[in-house]
Design a protein around this ligand. Structure first.
Ligand code: KG4
Ligand code: ZN
Length: 320
């Protein structure tokens, strides 16, 4: 729940069921959304101390994401908007990650326009030039898997719980990032590719396991540190090139992987070397959260960008 750019409540319902299966099962995710949407909206209103008749608009995630879960949110928003006779605002999930930087919160440093945002999540890896709250230009993006997916798949191979990113992050802090090296792909422009690394890592681990069944347990922190270091170097190399090519020195991180402590440390190191000003949201606004959808809704409202019923049904998922 948001009042202008101030968050009044930010309720997140965890979906513990995915831990059990080691990943997101789409059907279970949409069922969990169905079960949780009413209690979540209820407690968001209660915590904010407002009643539904005081609402002036409803923002919801239009996409990209899992269709079943998106449908639960969009149907709920449409119904509630119609019942209260207030506008609804379809929001692009990745735009919302970036706009989380504009939440008025004591822990926030808000980037000035234009800035570059490295947006890294479980489904996306993008380098964006952000010129105003509605203008996003993709400078580069992944041609296959996302960085978060590489973390999650590698973690699964190492028998770590889902989501794997935070687990690898923790273990990497105790390991040697130079112990193992993995081949980085050559990708044109400012684009990324993580599927080769994923396969290379799998082959490396499995070959070693054949020779030594305890290979994973004997090398876990070093495997995590070396894999994480490779992923982060790939991200940082393109980020540095993007900053150089555009001449922009205001650099932001967004998305679930921006919670990674190694990435935050590398960014700060590079900021000192290159004279960047950096912007990283508090952890609660990095991984998926309702507040980022609300702030994006606030900007959509300012821009008069209300969605119609037809908009809500249309797949309008291009970020630019
Ligand atoms: O943005 P997000 O919460 O959901 C999507 O939109 O996908 O991002 C989730 C991704 C997962 O792949 C998760 O493993 C990763 O963010 N992640 C991390 C960390 N925390 C979350 N990856 C690396 N280090 C972390 N600390
Ligand atoms: Zn996300």
């Amino acid at each position: 729940m948001i009042k202008n750019d101030k968050i009044l409540s930010n309720i997140i319902a965890g979906q513990a069921v995915h831990k059990f299966y080691g990943g997101v099962v789409p059907e279970l995710a949409s069922r969990a959304h169905q079960q949780q949407i009413v209690p979540v909206v209820d407690s968001a209103l209660k915590k904010a101390g407002i009643t539904p008749d005081q609402l002036t608009g409803i923002a919801y995630t239009q996409g990209p994401g899992l269709l079943g879960s998106l449908l639960v949110g969009s149907s709920f928003a449409k119904a509630m908007g119609m019942a209260l006779n207030i506008p609804i605002f379809p929001i692009h999930h990745m735009r919302a990650h970036v706009l989380a930087h504009f939440i008025a919160d004591s822990g926030m440093r808000t980037p000035p326009f234009p800035f570059i945002c490295l947006t890294v999540s479980g489904g996306h890896t993008q380098l964006l030039r952000v010129s105003d709250p509605q203008s996003f230009e993709i400078l580069g993006e992944t041609t296959d898997d996302a960085a978060g997916e590489a973390f999650d798949k590698a973690a699964r191979l190492l028998n770590l719980p889902y989501p794997g990113g935070p687990e690898i992050d923790k273990l990497a802090a105790k390991g040697n990032p130079q112990k193992f090296t993995f081949t980085k792909p050559k990708v044109p422009g400012l684009n990324f590719s993580f599927s080769g690394l994923k396969t290379g890592f799998r082959n490396f681990v499995m070959n070693n396991q054949q020779k030594n069944p305890d290979f994973i347990s004997e090398n876990l922190p070093d495997l995590c540190a070396s894999l994480q270091n490779t992923i982060l170097e790939m991200l940082m190399e393109n980020l540095k090139r993007a900053a150089k090519q555009t001449g922009i020195r205001h650099i932001a991180l967004a998305g679930g992987v921006s919670a990674n402590s190694g990435l935050r440390a590398m960014l700060e190191k590079e900021a000192l070397a290159s004279g960047w000003e950096t912007y990283v949201p508090p952890l609660a606004y990095c991984t998926d959260n309702g507040a980022m959808i609300a702030i994006a809704g606030y900007f959509a409202m300012l821009a008069g960008d209300a969605g119609t019923q037809a908009d809500a049904a249309r797949a309008r998922w291009k970020i630019g």
